[in-house]
Design a protein around this ligand. Sequence first.
Ligand code: AMP
Ligand code: ZN
Length: 135
Amino acid sequence: MDNCLFCKIIKGEIPSEKVYEDDDFIAFLDINPVTPGHTLVVPKQHSDNVLDTDDEILEKMAKVLKKISHAVCQGLETQSFNLHQNSGKLSGQVVPHLHWHIVPRYEDDGLKIWPGKPYLEGEEKIVAEKIREAL
Ligand code: AMP
Ligand code: ZN
């Protein structure tokens, strides 16, 4: 993927503040952090998002996310973090190369994520049925 920003970071063509690398993954600091230590975990094999990623990579990803989340929390002296992944334009995904955000959370960091609102009466049954049927 010649024009992919994260492929270029993986190849070292664009600098990054790398914190981890193995055969399949790289992790580096987000250039515009939500909180200090905001880290991106990126598979080296290009895929756009979760849906077109090999199952094998996704399985390995779980372990790597745990390992790096642990280090982020230990290094930055917190026990809380958000693990976040945007898939698709409407989700807010800006870089179309699969990546997970690890956002360490701090006392009074002021960050509010995903305000919720209740379903209308009966709506949840219709919504859940659509998902069940698709599975
Ligand atoms: P997303 O909205 O999920 O696609 O997130 C893309 C993230 O990549 C954003 O949080 C950006 O701040 C971050 N980002 C963009 N360019 C760079 C870069 N050169 N180095 C590190 N992070 C970057
Ligand atoms: Zn890429």
